[in-house]
Design a protein around this ligand. Sequence first.
Ligand SMILES: [Zn+2]
Length: 81
Amino acid sequence: MKPKTVYVCEICGRQKDSPGEAMMCEEKHILPQKIVKACYREVVPRRGIDRSHLMPQEILVLFKNGELVRYQTSTIVDSTQ
Ligand SMILES: [Zn+2]
């Protein structure tokens, strides 16, 4: 049996065969710089442990390349993931 070394992009998790390929993958990603606006709307909470009304339903994110992107959500992902 022969072991194989793989290199992992620390941003997306893709496995590459060389450190150069992994570095190129990391460099191609456009990273978020900051949240410039968080929009909270009045939402009636659903039954159970729904906390979505406490979180912003929409955020505007400024990326390091200057692009501004709007993200909207209606679901909270389990915080233990
Ligand atoms: Zn990557």
